[in-house]
Ligand binder design. Sequence first.
Ligand code: CP
Ligand code: NVA
Length: 327
Amino acid sequence: MSTAGSLRGRDLLSVADLSRPEVEGLFDRAAELKAEFRAIRRHARPALAGRTLAMLFQKPSLRTRVTFEVGAAQLGGHAIYLTNEVVLGARESVRDVARNLERLVDAIVVRTGPHEVAVELAAQAAIPVINGLTLREHPCQALADLFTIREQLGRLEGVVLAFVGDGNNVYHSLALLGATLGIEVRLAHPPGYAPNSRIVERAQDLAAANGGRIVFSGEPAEVVAGASVVYTDAWTSMGQEAEAEERRDAFAGFQVNAGLLATAGPNAIVMHCLPAHRGEEITSEVMDGPQSVVFDQSENRLHVQKALLVELIGAPDFAGQPPGGQQ
Ligand code: CP
Ligand code: NVA
């Protein structure tokens, strides 16, 4: 089903901004774009021709930066990467950054620490603002992850995702999106590293409405037992480096290794948003093993974000349009 039109001009700050049919439509669009590019190495319909993306990144990135830049280019558009020369709210207020960029570009991808900065940027800018990671959420990651699960397992129905580690931004987005799509999302975390309680409440409400479940435990083996997906992320997120040592101690029993994975069963897939810290939250044996789909997951950032850009800012349809006849 195409969602053409329904996402046009909107922001994506949280995965909870999207309804289940909107997510399913995005996944279908991403699958079409992926298949087309694989078959002919180009897109017959360059839906982002003439469109420009500003990428305001206050934290490092490999995947998010490259997939947005490559995705825009493959669809005939252009992306401008802006890093430390534009520190939001320092050289210039967030409002003034928004009021300049909205006249020049078609959308903004923002990566920053405080979620409120992304919210403020979106409130001030008349163009779509996409959250490219804040300390609260990583919506593009979760969209690519659930798309990958659907692709790898051929379904979402009945899927149990077991997240082992920190109740962080990636967990928050997975819990909200998993709940929207009606899957079971489990988290095993050490004491003191629980997720944000308001996000958990929202995820529980979404799960209740859509047939999903949100489950917690202090025991990795308990959540991994019978899981279809075993997921982990860094013990220390960007911006928390001062806590790295104390986090290494707290998370010592929360490593995804061969012993833990064996309790999930041979058909479970292993996921990690990356970058990975081999030997900490995941062993190389598991990350490079036959159950790992971490690089498929990484590639799917490209396809899902292309679908997102087409829906948010793409030309509705160029077919049969006179020059200048479309915006
Ligand atoms: N997973 C992810 O967002 O990777 P980057 O931090 O490299 O963009
Ligand atoms: N939780 C990690 C995700 C990196 C993609 C972080 O915020 O650093």
